[in-house]
Ligand binder design. Structure first.
Ligand SMILES: [Zn+2]
Length: 407
């Protein structure tokens, strides 16, 4: 039986779940799936509901076109690589009051730098600004840095006695790895906030050298669910405590799904699967309530430098370009310079000398997903025209994605 983070549904929870079901039944593409289901009243009823995947939620959003009552309706997007973007809606405040009530990595005395990249409708930077509005700290909107900007900004952080810094772990690794190599010390830094990717053990080593007083604080979520859970330095980095308004479910196949009980939630998230696997655990921090451990992704979606990439969509898209027989993605994880996406291209005939450049231009020019990463970090993308793709010698299968950790 699926397990839930909560012991049961209260009256408001039942009303919310029924409202979500009514909304989903009004979507023509989803109506047949939800027809004939009795009004849910308990977690057992919820366990019997079908789960939603990204395409279901996108179909629902495109039909429902949510609008916030008495507030601005913000639209953000993530993932999709060169395919259709996944959008998510949120009202003014981006649901951060509840996060603030549950999670206090920083306080009014802190000097906080927001290092999540801003723009292209990615939500993290703006969500964290909405959080800091509750904290009443001193906040600096840095956004993304290029490599040649690290030294002057690190000097600025030291001079301004920055006490807290947040970003995607890939970005944090680049910054703090550089600081470590350059001998920079940030003795005032005491909190490092992360969101968008799993924490990296390498970061612990960098921080020990650069900012020995700094401890990590995480938020877990997605553009569709918004922040689902948080953790503290006393929790393992992959273990999370759900917010009261987020009902987390671990199904028998260890896939997680999420239901937003917040009555102001704009996305109709009812047993929505993000692709993350996980299970319920007892967190050693001792905080009451159920915690869940995230075991990684198990579907065609991968996270590349904080951006969701649909592997199959991207391979299919490159495969339609003139001169391309088939493409394959190779993600190379370098401890010192972050992840690199190599796109292997098998040409249809004799390799045209311009083919690699044409594929490279196509990927950089696409409007969605990791193109923003490639525009800022040219070395995060490589395109190679090859005589053969990487296959499994035993089965002959050629996977769309190969992950490598070069030594
Ligand atoms: Zn904990």
């Amino acid at each position: 039986m699926p397990e839930f983070s909560h012991d049961g549904l209260d009256t408001a929870g039942v009303a919310r779940v029924r409202h979500l079901l009514t909304q989903l039944r009004s979507v023509p593409a989803l109506a047949p799936r939800y027809a004939g289901i009795a009004e849910p009243s308990t977690l057992d009823d919820l366990a019997a509901l079908p789960t939603m995947l990204k395409d279901d939620l996108q179909a629902a959003l495109s039909h429902l076109q949510p609008r916030a009552a008495g507030a601005t309706t913000w639209v953000f997007q993530s993932g999709g690589s060169t395919g259709a973007p996944q959008v998510g809606y949120a009202p003014t405040g981006l649901y951060m009051r509840e996060v603030y009530e549950q999670w206090r990595p920083i306080g009014p005395q802190d000097v906080f730098v927001n290092g999540w990249s801003a723009g292209k409708m990615w939500g993290a930077h703006f969500l964290v600004n909405a959080y800091t509005d509750h904290v009443h700290c001193t906040a600096m909107n840095l956004g993304a840095m290029t490599r040649d900007e690290y030294d002057p900004w690190l000097a600025f952080f030291a001079a301004r006695k920055v006490t807290a810094f947040g970003g995607t772990p890939s970005v944090l690794r680049l910054i703090f790895g550089h600081a470590r190599d350059a001998g920079v010390k940030l003795p005032d830094l005491r909190a490092v906030l992360f969101l968008g990717e799993a924490w990296s053990d390498q970061l612990d080593e960098d921080l020990a050298a650069v900012a020995p007083n700094a401890r990590r604080w995480g938020m877990f979520g997605s553009t569709e669910t918004w922040v689902v859970a948080t953790n503290t330095p006393d929790c393992p980095a992959d273990t999370w405590h759900p917010l009261p308004s987020q009902l987390v479910c671990a199904a028998d196949d260890e896939m997680l799904d999420f239901t937003t009980l917040d009555p102001h939630g704009l996305n109709p998230v009812l047993r929505y699967r993000t692709g993350d696997a996980g299970r319920f655990v007892t967190c050693p921090c001792g905080r009451p309530g159920r915690a869940f451990q995230v075991l990684g992704r198990r579907d065609g979606l991968i996270k590349f430098r904080g951006h969701l990439v649909n592997v199959d969509d991207l391979v299919r898209d490159v495969g339609t370009l003139p001169g391309v027989a088939r493409a394959q993605l190779v993600v190379k994880e370098f401890d010192d310079r972050g992840s690199v996406l190599e796109v292997l291209v098998l040409p249809t005939g004799a390799a045209d000398t311009g083919l690699a450049d044409a594929v490279h231009r196509h990927l950089l020019g696409s409007a969605f997903g990791p193109s923003i990463v490639f525009q800022r970090n040219a070395d995060a993308l490589e395109v190679s025209v090859v005589p053969a793709l990487i296959g499994n010698e035993r089965t002959g299968k050629v996977p769309n994605l190969v992950v490598r950790r070069p030594r």
